[in-house]
Design a protein around this ligand. Structure first.
Ligand code: FAD
Ligand code: NAP
Length: 464
């Protein structure tokens, strides 16, 4: 009987799985029956963002945490698909840090070319899953969000690719309930324009705090305070930005910090990360992990230890993104089809423990980039995913991190070279700090309005 593969989620990870099978088909292999469920009306996951907050048009939790003016926070050369280059997609070199819409277009380009849309059931949410040990089958209950009809599907293999940056982790702080200004989690942030002239407090010290903070600076916030739990980010912030240790409590509009300082704020943004949450899975198949580079219980970061018919893609914290999801999807495909033999449970556990031990000893961000590079190398070496120069990408990550430390407002203006095509990125017509229209049209065609030629004023400034 033909293998039946279910995929939950058609973001970059789920699409990588579709593409992995398509690549095998193009090489003449028989491929399984595939069905992918996507709760939104289009694919792209986080990159298919929305203006909505809370619930979407179907009454489901809004998935994407992305917002207006979000640009890639790492060089695009670090995430490039090795079987579909930026040159192939755009037909010309582009800059290294494109806005969301440009990357969304790139993700879509590859799967549209691969003709895999036929496998995806849109507007269909996975609700419930059971596994029958005797028959080794998954039964997945899904709901068609257009008709509200539920149906069940039976699969031999199940791929979980629902992402892990959409269920907020929102800690309680004493007095926050009576803070008179706006309090929101980064998941609900849609754009910083409304923070013009405001005094903002960001709690958290990772990518969201950094980027929402600097978006707010770009849009004219009066001041930005970043409150950290473990360690400050330590960038050379603009003059209106400071870092403080953790908030101890709020009293009215005043936040008190653990170093005894305090400040009055108009709004608080909880940039406190996200939870792994898989409400459609029973607890024994549901990954529980903090946001780390190597979650436990997944062999090669992909195969569920207690049930090797179950696969997770993209469950890691991410230096690498799209190309890592590809490497995982190719690996998962080959495990599903038997092209890769799995070792025993004990040997798999020993392998996981080696990675966890190494993870626990990582001294700094450079070592983290090397760690994930080595992880990718293992996956790619095991499959026919087109190899690329992983050491060169690891160096790109290190260059990028140094650029951030040198110039937190300017690192997105730097240029990097593709390891897939050798193409050097081109300088964008407008510095990130001055770019006030993040549309693909403006990005690609670059009219003079927000160009760095001093001839015209940026849109937002003109509007003030
Ligand atoms: P997602 O993109 O989250 O996609 C998961 C999909 O599963 C969604 O389409 C969702 O609708 C669907 N789904 C969820 N639950 C169900 C269900 N029960 N039934 C059916 N469908 C379901 N990465 C970068 O490389 N560069 C960046 O600049 C960058 N910026 C980011 C900014 C933010 C604010 C966030 C949160 C993440 C960012 N990322 C960035 C990382 C991003 O998570 C990955 O690029 C990528 O989107 C992960 O892909 P995924 O498919 O694993 O998950
Ligand atoms: P994250 O990287 O998981 O960081 C979570 C932060 O919250 C950490 O600093 C953590 O502090 C802090 N935190 C957690 N619980 C806390 C508590 N109780 N009190 C105080 N602080 C607490 O999450 P993220 O920053 O939201 O990033 C998620 C993903 O989004 C990443 O992949 C990132 O690349 C992406 N992103 C990209 C952009 C972009 O510009 N393209 C923008 C935003 C986000 P500790 O360090 O103490 O644990």
């Amino acid at each position: 009987m033909t293998l039946r593969v279910g995929i939950i989620g058609a973001g970059p990870s789920g699409l990588a799985q579709l593409r992995a099978f398509e690549s095998a088909r193009q090489k003449g292999a028989d491929i399984p029956e595939i069905l992918c469920f996507e709760k939104q009306s289009d694919w792209g996951g986080q990159w298919n963002n929305s203006w909505r907050i809370g619930l979407d048009g179907s009454g489901e939790p809004v998935h994407s945490s992305m917002y207006r003016h979000l640009w890639s926070n790492g060089p695009k050369e670090c995430l490039e698909f090795s079987d579909y280059s930026f040159d192939e997609h755009f037909g010309r070199p582009i800059s290294s840090f494109p806005p969301r819409e440009v990357l969304f277009d790139y993700i879509k380009g590859r799967v549209e070319k691969s003709d895999v849309r036929k496998y995806v059931r849109f507007n269909t949410v996975a609700r419930h899953t059971t596994y029958n040990e005797a028959t080794q089958e998954f039964t997945v209950t899904v709901e068609d969000l257009k008709t509200n009809l539920t149906e069940t599907h039976v699969f031999d293999k199940l791929v979980v690719s629902t992402g892990h940056f959409h269920v907020p982790s929102a800690p309680e702080f004493k007095g926050i309930k009576t803070f008179p200004g706006e309090v929101l989690h980064a998941h609900d942030f849609r754009g910083a324009e409304r923070f013009y002239g405001k005094n903002l407090l960001m709690i958290g010290s990772s990518y969201s705090a950094e980027d929402i903070g600097m978006q707010s600076h770009k849009m004219g916030a009066a001041s930005i305070t970043l409150s950290y739990r473990t360690a400050p980010m330590g960038y050379h912030w603009p003059a209106n930005t400071v870092e403080r240790p953790l908030v101890t409590h709020f009293l009215g509009p005043t936040a008190h910090f653990s170093d005894g300082t305090q400040g009055d704020f108009d709004a608080v943004v909880l940039c406190t990360g996200y939870q792994h949450k898989y409400p459609f899975l029973p607890s024994e198949m549901s990954l529980k992990s903090p946001n780390v580079l190597y979650p436990g219980n997944l062999y090669k970061g992909v195969v569920w230890q207690q049930n090797t018919n179950l696969f997770y893609l993209g469950a890691q914290d991410q230096y690498y993104t799209f190309n890592m999801f590809d490497a995982q999807a190719w690996f998962a495909r080959d495990v599903m089809t038997g092209a890769i033999d799995l070792p025993s449970l004990a040997d798999r556990e020993a392998d996981i423990q080696l990675w966890l031990k190494r993870q626990a000893a990582l001294p700094d961000h450079d070592a983290e980039a090397d760690f994930q590079t080595d992880y990718l190398r293992e996956l790619i070496d095991a499959t026919d995913y087109p190899p690329f120069d992983l050491d060169a990408v690891s160096q790109l990550f290190k260059d990028w991190m140094r650029h951030k430390h040198d110039d937190i407002l300017g690192y997105r203006d730097m240029l990097h070279r593709s390891v897939v095509t050798g193409t050097m990125a081109t300088k964008h017509h407008t510095r990130w700090l001055n770019a006030m229209d993040d549309s693909m049209e403006r990005y690609l065609n670059g009219p003079s309005q927000d160009a760095d030629n001093g001839a015209t004023v940026p849109d937002i400034v003109a509007a003030r």
